[in-house]
Design a protein around this ligand. Structure first.
Ligand code: 4H7
Length: 240
């Protein structure tokens, strides 16, 4: 997977991209990155990237021309890898496990990080393939969402995770939340680890974990539970 990141703040990515799982995926040659400061695509003396919005709303917008030049240059360079251009925006479709999975099957992604009050709509209409949001809240830029997307997508690329942190063990992989987990000691502040987990009886442990997953999902995320339940009943009825 090739990630090309278009941002006004390339240095924000340094720590994240040079650490842990993403770094290992880079070292293994499974993902690569390029950071592009689209201010480099301005043509005026002051390297202006923002301008006032038509219609007089408050704040500033990112001008279309430098962005269009930056995206075109990236698309040209990556054309052998059929890049999809993704804009991180609160107006986008929510990122889910399934969406991250389908993005992980792309060869390359151009991630566009907005600032100010956003970008000119003509860029969205004519240059952007997908608008993605990390949730219903506002951040000052698209950089943190881009990092979250990179992390979640990278984890799903075959070969990135070792057995110790495999994706099937992740919460949401199967549509349910993770069951509660415990490590040593067996008694901590007078609280015991659930007996079944120290029993060594693997079948009972799996059963307990599944029940806990279901109970937690029902209690904390009824929306996920409903989807899970529907999917299960669909699968069951298609067996006949
Ligand atoms: C595009 C348009 C993503 C990107 C507007 C980005 C939340 C998310 C941004 C804006 C983001 C998310 C700029 C609108 C700053 C608000 C104060 C960058 N915020 N912003 N304004 N949920 N912000 O994924």
């Amino acid at each position: 997977m090739f990630f090309e990141i278009l941002t006004l703040f390339p240095s924000m990515f340094e720590g994240v991209l040079s650490d842990s799982i993403i770094k290992r995926a880079c070292d293994k040659g499974l993902v690569s990155f390029r950071l592009v400061d689209f201010r480099d695509f301005t043509e005026d003396k002051h390297r202006t990237v923002d301008d006032y919005p038509y219609g007089g709303s408050p704040g500033m917008l990112i001008k279309p021309a430098p962005l269009a030049r930056a995206i075109t240059a990236s698309k040209d360079r990556l054309k052998a890898m059929a890049p999809k251009t993704v804009y991180l925006t609160p107006q986008g479709e929510l990122l889910t496990h399934d969406k991250a999975k389908s993005l992980s099957e792309e060869q390359s992604l151009i991630l566009l990080c907005g600032h100010y009050q956003g970008i000119d709509q003509r860029i969205i209409d004519h240059y952007v393939d997908l608008e993605i949001s990390m949730g219903d809240y506002v951040l000052s830029g698209g950089e943190i969402p881009a990092m979250a997307l990179i992390d979640s997508v990278t984890r799903l690329i075959p070969g990135v995770l070792g057995n110790n942190d495999s994706a099937p063990g992740d919460s949401l992989y199967n549509g349910l939340l993770s069951p509660p987990q415990y490590t040593r000691p067996e008694v901590f502040e007078n609280k015991r680890v659930p007996e079944v987990l120290i029993s060594g009886h693997h079948e009972n442990i799996r059963k307990w974990q599944k029940e806990q997953s279901i109970a937690m999902t029902k209690a904390k995320r009824p929306d996920l539970w409903e989807r899970y339940f529907k999917k299960q009943t669909e699968q069951k009825s298609s067996e006949f």
